[in-house]
Ligand binder design. Structure first.
Ligand code: HEM
Length: 180
């Protein structure tokens, strides 16, 4: 049914958006700001792309549940590893979604919860992204580990790896700032 294709497409768009969010987040702390791209523009872009990724993840899971071909329940969307359909790979999707929700909610109430708590939760971004990647690769089998889907996924991995490497280099030479 069309919903299954919509779910797969939304999953891939979510992955690209999450990767962009991660790279933008890393660039912010790594002082990527220039006159053309001031720091607040990067921060706003980071926030807006992350909110857009939540919208696409919502479409991804809603269409997966509504499709009905695979026995996926609403509870499987948020509770990991309890699904009758591909419990491990689907469970990783649920873990990524739970982490994403925690990241977004704590960011929206950041001024109320304080910087220390927000920063502690925000470190989960480094877990959310790889868990989502492994979920996508694992659950689709041959569909996601061959052809253009694999190329797209590897492109996301390369972009994230480059961003993280840059972050690590800036951190190690002491010129980077802490997350704020
Ligand atoms: C941050 C959260 C998530 C991201 C970024 C994500 C991303 C992806 C990606 C990239 C794929 C591969 C698309 C393709 O077939 O080419 C995929 C597949 C899939 N995802 Fe997710 N996902 C997430 C969470 C979830 C959750 C919570 C569920 C539970 C309903 C779910 C259900 C599925 C299903 C059923 C497929 C299989 C498609 C197939 O077998 O072809 N995902 N996901």
């Amino acid at each position: 049914m069309w919903t299954w294709y919509a779910s797969r497409a939304a999953g891939l768009v979510s992955l690209v958006l999450l990767t962009t969010t991660l790279v933008l987040g890393v660039s912010g702390v790594a002082r990527a700001a220039t006159t053309a791209w001031p720091r607040f523009t990067l921060a706003r872009l980071h926030r807006n792309v992350s909110l857009l990724s939540v919208v696409f993840v919502a479409v991804h899971v809603t269409t997966a549940v509504l499709d009905g071909y695979a026995p996926i329940r609403w509870v499987d969307v948020v509770v990991p590893f309890v699904s009758g359909y591909q419990p491990f790979w689907l469970g990783l999707g649920a873990v990524a979604l739970d982490l994403l929700v925690a990241l977004v909610v704590t960011s929206l109430v950041r001024t109320r919860i304080g910087l220390r708590a927000w920063r502690a939760v925000h470190a989960a971004a480094y877990a959310c992204w790889p868990v989502a990647v492994v979920h996508g690769l694992g659950i689709g089998g041959a569909d996601t580990t061959t052809g253009w889907v694999l190329v797209l996924t590897l492109g996301c991995v390369a972009a994230a790896a480059a961003g993280l490497l840059w972050r690590a280099l800036i951190w190690s030479d002491g010129s980077g700032e802490r997350l704020r």
